[in-house]
Write a new protein. Structure first.
Ligand SMILES: [Fe+2]
Length: 459
């Protein structure tokens, strides 16, 4: 541990989500054998500061920590009252103790002399203390005195400074969906300012939203198109949305960046829901032969088929969702079954088939809107077959949702052209022939027709 280095630029508190991303990358690249995470939990229950006092308090803590952090160390916010420090410092224990001592001796005072700050800390070495990040975080939280007390009165503001410059690559938090990235630039209690990037050829939705909602989407770069009104929007154009039921759909004609200002703090909720779903999808990818890439290819192909069938934009949008998450129910199926190289026993097969039901349940547990109920239904039906020989309900013909009929063809095709443990990959031509031979049997005739055209646009 060196003497405090005041030349380091001050570190901002980042969200746990960013740390999670970072750890995943490190683990994937196997760049480090181990690294340290230190958790400081601030027991603030005795304090009842107003907003500006709160900012001052966090400012004090962060600037204090900054004095002792080294260049590569990072600060993260964990829950409402905990700060997590990520460090590669080999002298971690010494470093921790030193930092802890310093913090302990330093009681942060706000206006009232009697108000003090108790600091508790926990320490863990990754990956020795857990096989996955959730376990590690659990470990940290449960080893922190006072952490069971849920009665915290306030949150840390994410940005402690009063005047904050945001360089173009900086952000507080990030949410990544398959083709969209949301970067939270700044926020306060009433407003979130987000930079949103959307890939080309994607349909996205803007709705009026809940009571008191006010949103503005200002196009910074790119081009978007609204089919219904035959309207193209370019940089400088914007869309405002107030509370109400109206929905509009836009397609990006090229890669598009929006400045998104919203009075409904969507970030935290949106992030939570998406992260939960994505982490489930990741878990499926870890133990199943089907990967994230499979889900993305599926999303693309099913959208192309849907376009050939002239499905309305809204349906294409939700079919995309369903395609990406179609096998999310496999999160509940044991890896031994998913990875079994030989054929499944009757009992195992019974379990396997439940992934459609579980997928539906997972989506319904996360979302309550009507449209997402349709996504749940598509997922529930994605193994139904045109001739009634599928599962779980044995539906026949147009009893099956059109979107599920599409997803079923796209899924079968993609599965055939990529190698599986139990099956060699077919060439594209062989796979197309295979799909065509099942026309009117396993697959809907009109979907197979549309697929034949769509697949030409895919390669
Ligand atoms: Fe499936």
């Amino acid at each position: 541990m060196k003497t405090p280095n005041k030349n380091n630029s001050p570190k901002k508190i980042k969200s746990l989500n960013i740390l999670y991303d970072r750890l995943n990358k490190i683990i994937k690249n196997k760049k480090m054998n181990s690294f340290g995470l230190i958790l400081f939990s601030f027991d603030l229950t005795k304090l009842n500061p107003n907003y500006s006092e709160r900012i001052k308090l966090v400012n004090d803590i962060v600037s204090y920590l900054n004095k002792y952090l080294e260049k590569e160390d990072e600060l993260y916010q964990l829950e409402k009252d905990k700060i997590l420090i990520f460090t590669k410092n080999e002298n971690l224990k010494k470093y921790t103790t030193k930092l802890y001592d310093k913090l302990e001796k330093n009681t942060f005072k706000i206006n009232n002399e009697n108000l003090g700050l108790n600091i508790d800390k926990s320490f863990a070495q990754w990956p020795q203390n857990g096989n996955n990040f959730e376990e590690l975080i659990d470990f940290l939280i449960h080893n922190t005195k006072g952490s069971k007390d849920k009665n915290h009165r306030f949150e840390f503001p994410t940005y402690p400074d009063n005047v904050m410059i945001n360089k173009k690559d900086e952000y507080i938090d990030k949410v990544e969906k398959d083709s969209t990235q949301l970067y939270l630039i700044t926020k306060n209690d009433n407003l979130e300012i987000i930079r949103q990037k959307i890939a080309p050829e994607k349909t996205f939705q803007i709705t009026g939203g809940n009571k008191d909602n006010f949103e503005l989407f200002y196009i910074l770069e790119g081009k978007i198109y609204n089919e219904k009104e035959d309207l193209t929007l370019v940089p400088g154009d914007s869309i405002a949305a107030r509370s109400g039921k109206e929905e509009k759909y836009f397609k990006t004609l090229k890669a598009t960046t929006l400045l998104y200002i919203t009075s409904t703090p969507i970030f935290a909720n949106e992030q939570k829901r998406i992260n939960e779903l994505l982490s489930l999808n990741r878990k499926v990818a870890e133990k199943d032969v089907e990967t994230n890439e499979h889900c993305m290819r599926l999303q693309k192909l099913s959208s192309l088929i849907a376009e050939e069938l002239d499905l309305e934009e809204k349906k294409i949008f939700y079919l995309g969702y369903a395609s990406f998450l179609h096998d999310i129910g496999k999160a509940k199926i044991p890896a031994e079954i998913l990875q079994k190289p030989s054929s499944l026993t009757d009992e195992e097969w019974k379990t396997m088939k439940k992934h459609t039901l579980w997928g539906k349940k997972i989506i319904l547990d996360h979302f309550t809107t009507r449209n997402l109920r349709r996504v749940a239904k598509i997922i529930y039906q994605h193994h139904e077959k045109w001739d009634g020989s599928g599962y779980p309900q044995g539906l026949q013909g147009d009893e099956i949702l059109l979107e599920a009929q599409i997803l079923s063809v796209a899924d079968a095709f993609d599965a055939m052209i990529y190698e599986r443990p139990y099956q060699r990959a077919l060439t594209k031509e062989e796979a197309i022939q295979e799909i065509k031979s099942e026309k009117g049997k396993q697959f809907s005739p009109k979907v197979v027709e549309a697929f034949s055209k769509a697949v030409k646009r895919l390669f």
